[in-house]
Ligand binder design. Sequence first.
Ligand code: PHE
Length: 455
Amino acid sequence: MTPIKKNLKRDIFSSKFGVIAAAAGSAVGLGNIWKFSYVLGESGGGAFLVIYLLFVFGIGLPLMISEFIIGRRGRKDVFGSVKALSPHTPWFLLGYMGIAAAFLILAFYSVVAGWSIEYIVKAATDSFADKSPEQIKEMFSSFKSGVFWPIAWQLFFMGLTAFVVYSGIKNGIEKYAKILMPLLVVLIIILDIRAITLPDAHKGLEFLFQPDFSKLTANGILRALGQAFFSLSLGMGALVTYGSYIDRNNNLTTTAIEVTITDTVIAVLAGIAIFPAVFAFGIEPSAGPELIYITFPNVFQLMPGGHLFSILFFVLLAVAALTSSISVLEVVVAYFVEELNIKRHQATILASVLIAVFGIFCSLSIGNNLGGFHIFGLNLFDLLARISSDLLLPLGGLLVALFVGWYLGKNTIREELSNFGVYKLKFLKSLVFILKFIAPLAIAAVFLESIGLFN
Ligand code: PHE
């Protein structure tokens, strides 16, 4: 049986709601609004949504529960927790993978978060007013291919992330996330109402909700899997790390269910806000990473109070990004502190600087400022966005499933999920079955299919 680690020097989330706010804060971010909409747009719409939902509830939810188990049982950073639960085995490699993924993700994530800060400024100075869809598109392209401002905002955002992680989690982000996240939902619902009353809104809704499976490719399926992991913050130890701060009395299963539902509802609501507008303004759904930045400004112009709403929207988008980015940085910082014995403040600065430097190259790669440097036809930014979510996260998820399903095993899972007999577990058998067989096989199959092995 795996030992239960007591590590009393560590921080613990202060309440059940605090746990949800932090974990949902990690899950809900640019992934739900920015990434979900453009990946869905590039992968054919409704059919992608169906597969995505299957992955979220069939594989994502069991894995989220598993990550919480590893963290709460191991009571350390992702590397330390896995190592503590499986001494003298190669499983610690899983921890290293998570830390590497955290680096790559934050490098491009901070760039996109920086864009939303630029858009707060643009919104505040009323820059979208009286612009045609063409001009709005042009505005984004000239901004993103610039050098100074994208980098300045990316660094500013990294600074904010570092500041929160530096000051600890409980009194900063936990407090604000509780107020700001619900506000974001209200705002998206208002945008939904405007979007579905646009002329031709039905085309967007059909694109989103009418699955046309002939449009779904093997690559689309892989991207749905990657998106599910990315959006739920799985496969890199963010939720292992947060799990290590969850107290013994928390019901991990309900926590994971609540977080998964919140994350999914927000992604779907964002899709409802965006696709009717995409069609109404003649924008290509497959426009790529710039999709929300060239769509929403058009919507705001057509709304009473659009100026105010546009400011609010981008502020909340940046906040949602922040509550996610801190969970990514925390993975690296917790590792530096607990495994390398670096003091928390120094660890935060060190990790942020390293990631920020990497992020600068990401930002530069977009406007072709790196001398047209491409790998597999992708610039550095697209490459990191793809490698991390479509390769590292699913691979991490695969290993988590095997680790919890086979290595930790049923008794440990039962102890952690029932809190040593407090809760009845009717689903235990199915959960173990999913972790041992379904999740690993499904992930492996999606991989093999997408590299064309089944053809
Ligand atoms: N889930 C976050 C989002 O949707 C991104 C993220 C990925 C956070 C992986 C942590 C770990 O924006």
